[in-house]
Design a protein around this ligand. Structure first.
Ligand code: ACK
Length: 320
Protein backbone atom coordinates (compact mmCIF):
# COMPACT_ATOMS: atom_id res chain seq x y z
CA UNK A 1 0.00 0.00 0.00
CA UNK A 2 3.01 2.26 -0.19
CA UNK A 3 3.07 4.25 -3.37
CA UNK A 4 6.35 5.03 -5.03
CA UNK A 5 6.59 8.62 -6.08
CA UNK A 6 7.58 7.77 -9.60
CA UNK A 7 4.93 6.86 -12.09
CA UNK A 8 3.85 7.68 -15.57
CA UNK A 9 1.75 10.76 -16.04
CA UNK A 10 1.20 12.01 -19.54
CA UNK A 11 1.01 15.64 -20.48
CA UNK A 12 -2.49 16.54 -19.49
CA UNK A 13 -4.71 19.58 -19.47
CA UNK A 14 -3.15 22.55 -17.71
CA UNK A 15 -4.34 22.85 -14.12
CA UNK A 16 -5.83 26.35 -13.70
CA UNK A 17 -5.08 26.29 -10.00
CA UNK A 18 -1.35 26.09 -10.65
CA UNK A 19 -0.81 27.29 -14.21
CA UNK A 20 1.57 30.24 -14.38
CA UNK A 21 2.12 32.28 -17.57
CA UNK A 22 5.59 31.79 -19.03
CA UNK A 23 5.80 35.46 -19.95
CA UNK A 24 5.67 36.34 -16.24
CA UNK A 25 8.97 34.54 -15.71
CA UNK A 26 12.23 36.38 -16.22
CA UNK A 27 14.94 33.71 -16.48
CA UNK A 28 18.18 34.94 -14.97
CA UNK A 29 20.68 32.11 -14.88
CA UNK A 30 21.24 28.36 -14.83
CA UNK A 31 21.69 26.97 -11.32
CA UNK A 32 22.55 23.47 -12.41
CA UNK A 33 22.06 21.05 -15.21
CA UNK A 34 22.40 17.39 -15.94
CA UNK A 35 21.83 14.91 -18.68
CA UNK A 36 18.26 15.89 -19.49
CA UNK A 37 17.24 18.56 -17.04
CA UNK A 38 18.06 22.01 -15.95
CA UNK A 39 17.33 24.20 -12.94
CA UNK A 40 17.14 27.93 -13.59
CA UNK A 41 16.89 30.93 -11.34
CA UNK A 42 14.16 33.31 -12.37
CA UNK A 43 12.05 36.24 -11.23
CA UNK A 44 8.35 35.46 -11.21
CA UNK A 45 5.91 38.34 -11.49
CA UNK A 46 2.89 38.18 -9.18
CA UNK A 47 3.20 34.54 -8.27
CA UNK A 48 0.88 33.16 -5.62
CA UNK A 49 -0.21 35.99 -3.40
CA UNK A 50 3.07 37.79 -3.84
CA UNK A 51 2.82 41.10 -5.71
CA UNK A 52 5.90 42.12 -7.75
CA UNK A 53 8.88 39.92 -8.44
CA UNK A 54 9.82 36.83 -6.43
CA UNK A 55 13.04 34.89 -6.90
CA UNK A 56 12.15 31.33 -7.84
CA UNK A 57 13.77 28.16 -9.16
CA UNK A 58 12.46 26.77 -12.43
CA UNK A 59 12.82 23.14 -13.30
CA UNK A 60 12.75 22.30 -16.95
CA UNK A 61 14.04 19.82 -19.52
CA UNK A 62 16.82 20.13 -22.04
CA UNK A 63 16.05 19.80 -25.73
CA UNK A 64 17.29 16.23 -25.93
CA UNK A 65 15.07 14.98 -23.11
CA UNK A 66 12.60 12.28 -24.11
CA UNK A 67 9.08 11.23 -23.17
CA UNK A 68 10.29 9.47 -20.06
CA UNK A 69 11.93 12.57 -18.67
CA UNK A 70 8.83 14.62 -19.49
CA UNK A 71 6.68 12.04 -17.75
CA UNK A 72 8.97 12.21 -14.71
CA UNK A 73 8.78 15.99 -14.57
CA UNK A 74 4.99 15.96 -14.87
CA UNK A 75 4.81 13.25 -12.28
CA UNK A 76 6.85 15.37 -9.91
CA UNK A 77 4.46 18.21 -10.63
CA UNK A 78 1.45 16.07 -9.65
CA UNK A 79 3.18 14.97 -6.51
CA UNK A 80 4.31 18.40 -5.40
CA UNK A 81 0.74 19.65 -5.69
CA UNK A 82 -0.24 17.18 -3.00
CA UNK A 83 2.48 17.71 -0.43
CA UNK A 84 2.70 20.44 2.13
CA UNK A 85 5.30 20.43 4.85
CA UNK A 86 7.87 23.00 6.04
CA UNK A 87 10.71 20.57 5.24
CA UNK A 88 9.58 19.75 1.73
CA UNK A 89 10.24 22.03 -1.20
CA UNK A 90 7.19 24.02 -2.15
CA UNK A 91 5.65 24.20 -5.59
CA UNK A 92 4.61 27.72 -6.59
CA UNK A 93 3.21 27.07 -10.03
CA UNK A 94 3.86 25.48 -13.40
CA UNK A 95 3.84 26.44 -17.05
CA UNK A 96 2.48 23.53 -19.02
CA UNK A 97 0.34 25.02 -21.80
CA UNK A 98 1.49 23.81 -25.21
CA UNK A 99 3.68 26.14 -27.22
CA UNK A 100 6.64 26.31 -24.87
CA UNK A 101 8.80 24.33 -22.49
CA UNK A 102 7.31 22.75 -19.36
CA UNK A 103 8.40 24.72 -16.32
CA UNK A 104 7.93 23.75 -12.70
CA UNK A 105 8.21 26.86 -10.58
CA UNK A 106 9.45 26.07 -7.11
CA UNK A 107 10.56 28.06 -4.13
CA UNK A 108 14.13 29.27 -4.28
CA UNK A 109 16.48 27.90 -1.63
CA UNK A 110 19.12 30.53 -1.05
CA UNK A 111 21.90 28.20 0.10
CA UNK A 112 21.47 25.64 -2.68
CA UNK A 113 21.96 21.94 -2.11
CA UNK A 114 22.90 20.72 1.34
CA UNK A 115 25.79 18.70 -0.07
CA UNK A 116 27.41 21.75 -1.62
CA UNK A 117 26.69 23.78 1.48
CA UNK A 118 28.40 21.20 3.69
CA UNK A 119 31.39 21.03 1.38
CA UNK A 120 31.73 24.80 1.27
CA UNK A 121 31.65 24.92 5.04
CA UNK A 122 34.93 22.98 5.17
CA UNK A 123 36.89 25.94 3.94
CA UNK A 124 36.13 28.18 6.81
CA UNK A 125 38.22 29.81 9.38
CA UNK A 126 35.54 29.00 11.85
CA UNK A 127 34.98 29.15 15.53
CA UNK A 128 32.66 26.22 15.91
CA UNK A 129 31.74 25.76 19.53
CA UNK A 130 33.61 23.29 21.62
CA UNK A 131 31.03 20.69 22.34
CA UNK A 132 30.31 17.66 24.30
CA UNK A 133 28.05 14.86 23.28
CA UNK A 134 26.54 13.93 20.92
CA UNK A 135 28.85 15.26 18.22
CA UNK A 136 32.04 15.23 20.12
CA UNK A 137 34.85 16.38 17.86
CA UNK A 138 33.11 18.08 15.02
CA UNK A 139 34.11 21.46 16.31
CA UNK A 140 37.83 20.99 16.03
CA UNK A 141 39.00 22.17 12.64
CA UNK A 142 42.64 21.36 12.20
CA UNK A 143 43.29 24.10 9.70
CA UNK A 144 42.32 27.70 9.48
CA UNK A 145 41.86 29.41 6.20
CA UNK A 146 42.08 33.09 5.52
CA UNK A 147 39.43 33.04 2.82
CA UNK A 148 36.34 35.09 3.41
CA UNK A 149 33.69 33.28 5.36
CA UNK A 150 31.43 31.40 2.97
CA UNK A 151 29.09 29.69 5.34
CA UNK A 152 28.97 28.73 8.94
CA UNK A 153 28.08 25.43 10.46
CA UNK A 154 27.87 24.16 14.01
CA UNK A 155 27.40 20.64 15.42
CA UNK A 156 23.98 21.69 16.63
CA UNK A 157 23.08 22.64 13.08
CA UNK A 158 24.13 19.23 11.84
CA UNK A 159 21.73 17.68 14.35
CA UNK A 160 19.06 20.18 13.40
CA UNK A 161 19.45 19.28 9.70
CA UNK A 162 19.09 15.58 10.52
CA UNK A 163 16.02 16.33 12.65
CA UNK A 164 14.37 18.49 9.99
CA UNK A 165 14.95 15.91 7.27
CA UNK A 166 13.58 13.15 9.53
CA UNK A 167 10.48 15.32 10.07
CA UNK A 168 9.92 15.80 6.35
CA UNK A 169 10.43 12.09 5.76
CA UNK A 170 8.06 11.17 8.60
CA UNK A 171 5.44 13.26 6.82
CA UNK A 172 6.12 11.48 3.52
CA UNK A 173 5.82 8.12 5.31
CA UNK A 174 2.50 9.24 6.79
CA UNK A 175 1.12 9.99 3.38
CA UNK A 176 2.56 6.70 2.11
CA UNK A 177 5.16 8.06 -0.22
CA UNK A 178 8.60 6.64 -0.80
CA UNK A 179 11.27 9.07 -1.91
CA UNK A 180 13.80 6.57 -3.33
CA UNK A 181 16.58 9.09 -3.76
CA UNK A 182 17.22 10.56 -0.35
CA UNK A 183 20.74 12.04 -0.29
CA UNK A 184 22.37 15.33 0.71
CA UNK A 185 22.48 16.40 -2.94
CA UNK A 186 18.67 16.27 -2.97
CA UNK A 187 18.13 18.39 0.11
CA UNK A 188 17.98 22.14 -0.40
CA UNK A 189 18.83 24.68 2.22
CA UNK A 190 16.55 27.71 2.34
CA UNK A 191 16.89 30.88 4.37
CA UNK A 192 17.08 30.46 8.15
CA UNK A 193 18.87 27.18 7.33
CA UNK A 194 15.63 25.32 6.76
CA UNK A 195 16.10 21.95 5.06
CA UNK A 196 13.78 21.20 2.17
CA UNK A 197 13.54 17.70 0.74
CA UNK A 198 13.45 17.90 -3.04
CA UNK A 199 14.09 15.89 -6.20
CA UNK A 200 11.45 13.35 -5.63
CA UNK A 201 13.05 10.41 -7.30
CA UNK A 202 11.72 11.54 -10.59
CA UNK A 203 14.63 13.68 -11.47
CA UNK A 204 17.22 11.13 -10.59
CA UNK A 205 17.91 10.56 -14.27
CA UNK A 206 18.33 14.21 -14.85
CA UNK A 207 21.42 15.21 -13.00
CA UNK A 208 24.84 14.00 -13.94
CA UNK A 209 26.44 12.78 -10.79
CA UNK A 210 29.10 10.21 -10.04
CA UNK A 211 26.75 8.89 -7.41
CA UNK A 212 24.54 7.42 -10.07
CA UNK A 213 25.55 4.19 -11.64
CA UNK A 214 24.60 4.27 -15.28
CA UNK A 215 22.03 1.62 -16.11
CA UNK A 216 19.75 1.18 -19.04
CA UNK A 217 16.88 2.41 -16.88
CA UNK A 218 18.69 5.54 -15.84
CA UNK A 219 21.19 6.44 -13.20
CA UNK A 220 20.95 4.60 -9.93
CA UNK A 221 22.35 5.94 -6.62
CA UNK A 222 23.94 2.62 -5.58
CA UNK A 223 25.76 3.88 -2.51
CA UNK A 224 22.54 5.24 -0.96
CA UNK A 225 20.48 2.15 -1.69
CA UNK A 226 19.31 -0.47 0.77
CA UNK A 227 20.37 -4.07 0.04
CA UNK A 228 16.78 -5.08 -0.78
CA UNK A 229 16.55 -2.26 -3.31
CA UNK A 230 19.80 -3.38 -4.92
CA UNK A 231 18.81 -7.03 -5.14
CA UNK A 232 15.04 -6.95 -5.62
CA UNK A 233 14.22 -3.35 -6.57
CA UNK A 234 12.16 -3.12 -3.39
CA UNK A 235 11.61 0.45 -2.22
CA UNK A 236 9.79 1.22 1.01
CA UNK A 237 9.93 3.81 3.77
CA UNK A 238 12.45 1.44 5.35
CA UNK A 239 14.71 1.61 2.32
CA UNK A 240 14.42 5.41 2.61
CA UNK A 241 15.57 4.99 6.22
CA UNK A 242 18.68 3.16 5.00
CA UNK A 243 19.43 6.11 2.67
CA UNK A 244 18.82 8.48 5.56
CA UNK A 245 21.60 6.66 7.46
CA UNK A 246 23.94 7.43 4.56
CA UNK A 247 22.69 11.03 4.64
CA UNK A 248 23.61 11.32 8.34
CA UNK A 249 27.07 10.05 7.39
CA UNK A 250 27.24 12.77 4.70
CA UNK A 251 26.24 15.37 7.29
CA UNK A 252 28.86 14.32 9.81
CA UNK A 253 31.62 14.20 7.20
CA UNK A 254 30.54 17.58 5.80
CA UNK A 255 29.57 16.18 2.43
CA UNK A 256 32.10 13.41 1.84
CA UNK A 257 31.30 10.69 -0.71
CA UNK A 258 30.20 7.47 0.99
CA UNK A 259 32.22 4.25 0.94
CA UNK A 260 35.42 5.95 -0.18
CA UNK A 261 37.62 3.61 -2.19
CA UNK A 262 34.91 1.00 -2.61
CA UNK A 263 33.71 0.26 -6.12
CA UNK A 264 29.95 0.01 -6.52
CA UNK A 265 30.24 -3.45 -8.06
CA UNK A 266 31.50 -4.94 -4.81
CA UNK A 267 29.17 -3.05 -2.47
CA UNK A 268 26.22 -5.43 -2.40
CA UNK A 269 28.35 -8.43 -1.42
CA UNK A 270 30.12 -6.40 1.25
CA UNK A 271 26.84 -5.21 2.77
CA UNK A 272 25.33 -8.69 2.73
CA UNK A 273 28.32 -10.04 4.61
CA UNK A 274 27.97 -7.40 7.30
CA UNK A 275 30.36 -4.69 6.19
CA UNK A 276 29.31 -1.14 7.13
CA UNK A 277 31.10 2.21 7.00
CA UNK A 278 33.06 2.82 10.17
CA UNK A 279 32.39 5.65 12.58
CA UNK A 280 33.72 8.88 11.11
CA UNK A 281 36.40 10.54 13.21
CA UNK A 282 34.21 13.41 14.30
CA UNK A 283 31.05 11.41 14.96
CA UNK A 284 29.80 10.63 18.44
CA UNK A 285 29.07 7.07 19.47
CA UNK A 286 25.40 8.00 19.92
CA UNK A 287 25.06 9.37 16.44
CA UNK A 288 26.96 6.44 14.96
CA UNK A 289 24.53 4.09 16.68
CA UNK A 290 21.67 5.93 15.00
CA UNK A 291 23.16 5.59 11.54
CA UNK A 292 24.02 1.93 12.14
CA UNK A 293 20.42 1.25 13.17
CA UNK A 294 19.36 2.62 9.77
CA UNK A 295 21.66 0.06 8.17
CA UNK A 296 20.12 -3.09 9.64
CA UNK A 297 19.97 -5.75 6.98
CA UNK A 298 16.44 -6.55 8.10
CA UNK A 299 14.27 -3.58 7.06
CA UNK A 300 11.90 -4.23 9.98
CA UNK A 301 14.72 -3.66 12.44
CA UNK A 302 15.39 -0.16 11.12
CA UNK A 303 13.78 2.73 13.02
CA UNK A 304 10.88 4.68 11.56
CA UNK A 305 11.30 8.32 10.60
CA UNK A 306 9.15 9.43 13.50
CA UNK A 307 11.36 7.45 15.89
CA UNK A 308 14.39 9.07 14.28
CA UNK A 309 12.83 12.50 14.61
CA UNK A 310 12.22 11.94 18.33
CA UNK A 311 15.77 10.71 18.75
CA UNK A 312 17.23 13.87 17.21
CA UNK A 313 14.88 16.04 19.18
CA UNK A 314 16.19 14.44 22.33
CA UNK A 315 19.80 14.82 21.24
CA UNK A 316 19.20 18.49 20.50
CA UNK A 317 17.49 18.93 23.84
CA UNK A 318 20.31 17.21 25.71
CA UNK A 319 22.78 19.65 24.24
CA UNK A 320 21.15 22.82 25.39
O1 ACK B 1 24.12 23.44 -4.78
P1 ACK B 1 23.37 24.09 -5.87
O2 ACK B 1 23.67 25.47 -6.25
O3 ACK B 1 21.84 23.94 -5.53
O4 ACK B 1 23.36 23.15 -7.17
C1 ACK B 1 22.16 22.49 -7.37
C2 ACK B 1 21.63 22.73 -8.77
O5 ACK B 1 20.54 23.61 -8.70
C3 ACK B 1 21.14 21.45 -9.47
O6 ACK B 1 20.16 20.83 -8.70
C4 ACK B 1 20.39 24.08 -7.40
N1 ACK B 1 18.96 24.11 -7.09
C5 ACK B 1 18.03 23.18 -7.41
N2 ACK B 1 16.83 23.53 -6.96
C6 ACK B 1 16.98 24.73 -6.35
C7 ACK B 1 16.10 25.61 -5.66
N3 ACK B 1 14.80 25.32 -5.53
N4 ACK B 1 16.62 26.73 -5.13
C8 ACK B 1 17.92 27.01 -5.24
N5 ACK B 1 18.81 26.22 -5.87
C9 ACK B 1 18.34 25.09 -6.42
C10 ACK B 1 21.13 23.16 -6.48
Amino acid sequence: NVTAITGFVSRTEPDPKWEFPRNQLKIEQTLGEGEFGRVLRAQALNIGNQPGYTTVAVKTLKDDAGERELADLLSEYQLLKEVSHPNIIKLLGASTVPGGPVYLVIEFAEHGSLRNYLRRSRHLHTDLHIQTNPMQNLSQPTEHYDEPKICDITPNEILSFAWQIANGMAYLSDIKLVHRDLAARNILLASEKVCKISDFGLTRDIYQDDAYFKRSKGRVPIKWMAPESLSDHVYTNKSDVWSFGILIWELVTLGASPYPGIVVQSLFHLLKTGYRMERPENCSVILYKVMRSCWSLDPEKRPTFSELSMKFEKMLGDKV
